[in-house]
Design a protein around this ligand. Structure first.
Ligand code: CO8
Length: 300
């Protein structure tokens, strides 16, 4: 079920039950030192963990558009693993440090004109990230503060709760069909589990990118808030989810998500082979090149 080195949610020893720790401290009286805060950062992601609340803030900081390159995916997985293994951390809020973009999805240049070995390594990293995030023991809240197509949408969909900035210029969706490619079954499963079969079917076939208000109507995001209130709201939602005992919430999450996670784990190698066969077709390579050119033209 879990990536190597990570115990399945239901098999972790009681020490993992973060709810056994004392509850988060109320506001500190004047004169006392500030709540301990630990941070770590790599080239692509910055993380700050507030030990008093048990909440980490993870910010994507990979200009221009937080595209999920092999390096980004690897750093994202490592950051999640660090938090997952840290007993002080119970929840993570995922957002972007860049204005207007949450994440532009998988880095298309990683899927163009590269070797079979590279495609295999890249796709394994995409799988790994999803297994970690979708199967995380922590409460995961996506604070979507910009556009979030394809793989960016998958990141948000894999969280427990999604809050989006109320800006109709920001859109979110699995738009793979627009690029001439097909979202794999586990992207689809994750989407169906959030919005239901009919909405997912229509949206996937049309490769729709839904402006924030529409995404909210469809249930793709749980809440819309004015941009300046996004982080405050994310913190409030996190506190609400953390008020429950961890073990009950975690086991419930496992119950809801296990079948979908197991399906990829059981077919992981086959899924990598399918990806390589599909992505190396000349017709698919041509579609991706044309899409990249379209992005560049749109700019000029
Ligand atoms: N990968 C690589 N480069 C990208 C990507 C990307 N996903 N998105 C944007 N860029 C590049 C642009 O080409 C541009 O490069 P340059 O500066 O060299 O010209 C630069 O980033 C900035 O882009 P924009 O000028 O377009 O920035 P804007 O702020 O105007 O717009 C958007 C930002 C809205 C994110 C816009 O760039 C966009 O729509 N990007 C495309 C997003 C997209 O369609 N992503 C889909 C990726 S595929 C995926 O995630 C799942 C694949 C599943 C594979 C299944 C196969 C079997």
């Amino acid at each position: 079920l879990c990536p190597p080195g990570v115990l399945p949610l239901c098999c972790r020893p009681p020490a993992w039950d973060r709810a056994t720790r004392p509850p988060p401290s109320p506001l500190l009286p004047p004169g006392l030192p500030l709540a301990p805060c630990r941070s770590f950062s790599n080239n692509k992601i910055q993380v700050e963990l507030d030990e008093s609340s048990g909440v980490a803030m993870m910010k994507f900081k990979s200009p221009p558009v937080n595209s999920l390159s092999l390096e980004f995916l690897t750093e994202f997985s490592i950051s999640l693993e660090k938090l997952e293994n840290d007993r002080a951390c119970r929840g993570v809020i995922i957002t972007s440090a860049l204005p207007k973009i949450f994440s532009s999805g998988l880095d298309i240049t990683e899927m163009c004109g590269k070797s079979m070995e590279h495609y295999a390594e890249f796709w394994r990293a995409v799988q790994e990230l999803w297994l970690r995030l979708y199967g995380s023991n922590m409460v995961t809240v996506a604070a979507v503060n910009g556009s979030s197509p394809a793989g960016g949408c998958l990141v948000a969909l894999s969280c427990d709760y999604r809050i989006m900035a109320e800006n109709p210029k920001f859109s979110i969706g699995l738009n793979e069909a627009q690029l001439g490619i097909v979202a794999p079954f586990w992207f689809k499963d994750t989407f169906v589990n959030v919005v239901g079969h009919r909405t997912a079917e229509r949206s996937l076939q049309l490769g729709s990118l839904h402006p924030a208000p529409e995404a909210h109507r469809l249930g793709l995001v749980d809440e819309l808030v004015p941009e300046e209130k996004l982080m405050e709201k994310a913190a409030a939602v996190m506190a609400q989810w953390l008020a429950l005992p961890d073990h009950a919430r975690q086991l419930t999450k496992t119950m809801m998500r296990k079948a979908v996670l197991d399906r990829l784990v059981a077919h992981r190698e086959e899924d990598i082979k399918n990806f390589i066969t599909f992505i190396s077709k000349e017709s698919i390579q041509k579609s991706l090149r044309m899409y990249m050119e379209m992005l560049k033209k749109k700019k000029s």
